[in-house]
Design a protein around this ligand. Structure first.
Ligand code: GDP
Length: 199
């Protein structure tokens, strides 16, 4: 397995700063501490590209990574609760909504959900925005190494049930940044959608 060439293009704190690029995009959205940086690094096989945090909620930019000089991966962090006002959190939620609804380059949204917990209202709201805007999305279950086979089956069944009415969910995929579980499957889906026409 060779690492994917990737570099940070830009970190944006507001929609005005989103870069104008000709490349198709994959968005990765998930609450802080869900394991998003670890998963991105594992997908790229680059241990230090995305920042793995031990302090939840410290990232406050949307990060655009140019991958293989031909597509862009966008890290859309959810905010943690530490030291963040309600107003800031609402502002941030609006920015993420704006990205999902308006970003022309977006081909596929990965919604990261910690497999150990029920999806939060925030996770469900993100999926609902994608569904309403008719954006294809993958639910990426993170940290699945922490679950027994039985627990994982129960979580998958729960999500299938919750998403039963959704037309734009592509799949629910168990992953682990620790073991590499799901990496090849997820990369295959990302590559497939990267070639898809804009919704
Ligand atoms: P982010 O805030 O969503 O970017 O999350 P991080 O990637 O910084 O990870 C948050 C914490 O979860 C860190 O302590 C990671 O070591 C841990 N973590 C991330 N992915 C996994 C995983 O697949 N398995 C396990 N067991 N822990 C993980």
């Amino acid at each position: 397995m060779t690492p994917l060439r990737a570099r940070l293009l830009l970190s944006a704190a507001s929609a005005e700063q989103f870069p104008q690029t000709p490349y198709p995009e994959i968005g990765f959205v998930g609450r802080s501490n869900v394991g998003k940086s670890s998963l991105l690094n594992r997908l790229l096989l680059q241990p230090r590209l995305a920042r793995v945090s031990s302090t939840p909620g410290c990232t406050r930019t949307v990060n655009f990574y140019l991958v293989e000089e031909r597509w862009v991966w966008v890290d859309l962090p959810g905010l943690g609760y530490a030291a963040v006002s309600r107003q800031e959190r609402q502002q941030w939620a609006r920015l993420i909504r704006h990205y999902i609804e308006e970003r022309q380059q977006l081909r596929l949204l990965c919604v990261l959900v910690d497999s150990r917990h029920d999806p939060s209202p925030w996770d469900m709201a993100v999926m609902e925005i994608a569904e309403q805007r008719q954006r294809p999305f993958v639910v990426v279950l993170t940290k699945c190494d922490k679950l027994s086979a039985q627990q994982l089956q129960a979580r998958l069944a729960q999500l299938q049930h919750l998403l039963a009415q959704c037309t734009f969910v592509v799949e629910v995929l168990p992953t682990s940044a620790r073991t590499g579980m799901g990496r090849e499957q997820l990369l295959a889906v990302l590559r497939r959608y990267c070639m898809a026409p804009v919704a």
